[in-house]
Design a protein. Structure first.
Length: 172
């Protein structure tokens, strides 16, 4: 009589191998500080996770909250904003405008059910290439632990309510 157990173990794998989750991060970096720090990290050959797609902006204060919502709605698992240290902005108050918007946006993201660790603001000067490496690697590790973002697209793409729009205007 043939050995049924050996045939069964060959036919049915115990665990289907799933590819490891690799988070997608969209980073909005100020051209004068954080973008230059990322450039320094690259030219210094510092190794950091390749999961980040950097979008260069003139100032962190120019990042519209809808950019962040669009990034999440279009598949980002996390969003990172990098700007000049407070008091060092090339546009005097741009990073303070960014900070006000981020505080508002965190409340909106919480209402949408997006975990706090998926959205981050960091002040990084042009000389802090190593800090870019540390921040990106830390964020990617936290996102790996959280897993893929589960968000309903229709919620993310809805227009702002009059109250949210008024709050956005106050944040400016």
């Amino acid at each position: 009589m043939p050995d049924v157990s050996s045939n069964l173990s060959q036919a049915v794998p115990l665990e289907a191998e799933q590819p490891a989750f690799e988070p997608r991060v969209v980073a909005f970096f100020c051209t004068w500080c954080t973008y230059m720090a990322a450039d320094l990290a690259g030219t210094s050959r510092m190794k950091y996770a390749p999961n980040v797609r950097v979008i260069r902006v003139m100032c962190s204060g120019r990042i519209d909250p809808q950019f962040v919502l669009a990034a999440f709605a279009n598949g980002a698992d996390g969003v990172l904003i990098g700007g000049c240290h407070p008091g060092d902005c090339h546009y005097q108050e741009g990073n303070y405008n960014c900070l006000r918007r981020v505080r508002l946006l965190k409340r909106v993201l919480e209402e949408l059910g997006i975990e706090e660790d998926r959205f981050r603001l960091e002040w990084i000067s042009a000389a802090e290439g190593d800090r870019v490496r540390v921040v990106i690697n830390d964020m990617v590790e936290k996102l790996r632990a959280l897993g893929p973002l589960q968000m309903k697209k229709e919620v993310a793409l809805r227009p702002l309510s009059p109250e949210e729009h008024a709050l956005q205007e106050v944040a400016v």
